[in-house]
Ligand binder design. Structure first.
Ligand SMILES: [Zn+2]
Length: 93
């Protein structure tokens, strides 16, 4: 088990994962792809580990940037009044 690579995060992650899922979600798709690519290149011996370390640092930086993901998908949605249940008004005499 490794620790999440994001600063100050002590969550244990599975081998082969760089960060805990909440942090990894905040990393941009571009940087995630960069991490994967440089990791594969490093493992394959095509590139030095310096590129991978750079990509990893970039991911760590992005992971602590910006707003945390809202816990519930509904929390960020604009509030819409629920559609009124059409109650058939019947005139009773
Ligand atoms: Zn984390």
């Amino acid at each position: 088990m490794n620790e999440c690579f994001a600063p100050f995060c002590r969550v244990k992650v599975r081998n082969g994962l760089l960060m805990c899922p909440p942090h990894w979600r905040k990393v941009s798709r571009f940087t995630r792809a960069l991490v994967y690519r440089t990791y594969r290149d490093m493992v394959a011996g095509r590139q030095s580990s310096a590129d991978y370390r750079m990509a990893r640092n970039r991911a760590a930086f992005e992971a602590v940037q910006g707003e945390p993901d809202p816990p519930m998908p509904e929390s960020g949605a604009t509030k819409l009044s629920p559609p009124k249940a059409e109650s058939p008004e019947r005139h009773r005499c």
